[in-house]
Design a protein around this ligand. Structure first.
Ligand SMILES: [Zn+2]
Length: 379
């Protein structure tokens, strides 16, 4: 059901906008609702550029709150810092919730090498060191001063170490380090900059929106889904519509470390739809041009009745979708269920290639996800 990939376009003329193809509004199926693709891509780009490794998400949460407040939703933070937005529906007989997470992969300073001042890191979230090798990063100190640097293996230069030595050296917490762009020669000099153990490390997202409609960036997981929820709310508001049921939107901020939506879902909610990336890659059914509906991840199956409803909504509105199983994956739903929530739950989201690496999705996938969220909210 995936849409065809657009034919390669002519090289862009100098001065023309790299985001030109995404300026258009698209219609959400038979309902004739306009989806403002430009709003979604602009919001997503800004959110991607706002660093939010797990544990350091306040700025990103405030940015999302501002957007949802502008969309006329009632917003608040709970004690833990989760963002909770409420949209009163036409009814509250079976209240619902949508969740997505704003936290991303990242790291913390674990150790400052006393001899050379290089920083050793402790990872936030599950990623392989090779996926960030050579990436630029920001070190955010306790006083919110930002130092720039690069994540490198200890043996990086092939002019100093033999090629095979560089190639085969294990990438681990012990061998990967941050080279600071500061004139420092020792751990003491690094500490004198105000850098200390526990400082957050944010990887550069390197956002690029291509002429062909792809969005390449780190942290599309799960900021692409936050953007899809905002895009769906904007489209409904524009059309003068509101959800069928009272709908709570939880933007969680500890998902990458495993306790995303364990709190923040109102007690009377009966259905939870998590919006998180669909895993695209070898052996997977998901792609970058449709909405993924997850039937099972590492935590087991999602609610069958939710899956059936979601498939039926896609079919009746002609939304391209892919059912899939994500083998090494958890969402906001697992921690929510394990903490005792008595709800049915499903998972949908845009297809993301090379997740937890330098990721990529396509605008078609965002639009399909927005359309399914709209159908679900109105159903
Ligand atoms: Zn995620």
């Amino acid at each position: 059901m995936a849409k065809k990939i657009a034919a390669p376009q002519q090289p862009r003329k100098p001065g023309s906008s790299p985001t030109a193809p995404v300026l258009a509004k698209v219609k959400a199926g038979k309902r004739n609702i306009d989806i403002d693709v430009r709003f979604i891509v602009d919001f997503l780009t800004q959110l991607l550029k706002t660093p939010s490794p797990t544990g350091y998400t306040t700025q990103a949460q405030h940015f999302v709150r501002e957007t949802l407040t502008n969309l006329k939703l009632d917003t608040r933070f709970n004690t833990k810092g989760g963002l909770i937005a409420t949209w009163q529906g036409r009814s509250a007989t079976r209240p619902r919730a949508l969740t997505a997470h704003v936290d991303t992969l990242g790291a913390m300073v674990k150790e400052i090498d006393p001899l050379n001042g290089r920083l050793h890191l402790s990872r936030l979230g599950g990623f392989a060191w090779n996926s960030v090798e050579g990436e630029s990063c920001s070190v955010i100190t306790a006083n919110e001063i930002i130092y720039r640097g690069t994540i490198l293996p200890h043996k990086a230069s092939v002019h100093i170490h033999s090629g095979p030595e560089v190639e085969r050296a294990e990438r681990s917490d012990q061998t990967m380090e941050v080279r600071l762009d500061a004139k420092v020669r020792s751990g003491l000099e690094v500490r004198q900059l105000g850098i200390d153990v526990g400082d957050f490390i944010a990887f550069d997202p390197r956002v690029e929106v291509t002429d062909t409609g792809f969005i390449r960036s780190r942290h599309l997981d799960d900021k692409a889904s936050v953007a899809c929820i905002a895009g769906a709310c904007a489209a409904l508001l524009d059309a003068g519509l509101r959800p069928a049921q009272r709908t709570t939107i939880l933007i969680s901020h500890f998902e990458e470390v495993g306790h995303g939506a364990s709190t923040g879902i109102p007690a009377d909610v009966k259905e939870v739809l998590a919006v998180d990336m669909a895993a695209v890659g070898p052996g997977q059914n998901s792609d970058e041009f449709s909405v993924g509906i997850c039937v099972k991840d590492s935590g087991g199956p999602y609610s069958l009745e939710m899956r059936q409803q979601l498939v039926q909504l896609c079919q009746s509105a002609d939304i391209p979708y892919k059912l899939d199983i994500y083998p090494y994956y958890g969402s906001d739903v697992g921690p929510m269920w394990r903490s005792g929530a008595d709800v049915i739950a499903g998972l949908i989201g845009p297809g993301v290639d090379a997740s937890h690496h330098y990721e990529r999705t396509h605008i078609d996938s965002l639009v399909a996800t927005v359309r399914l969220i709209i159908e679900y909210m109105l159903a």
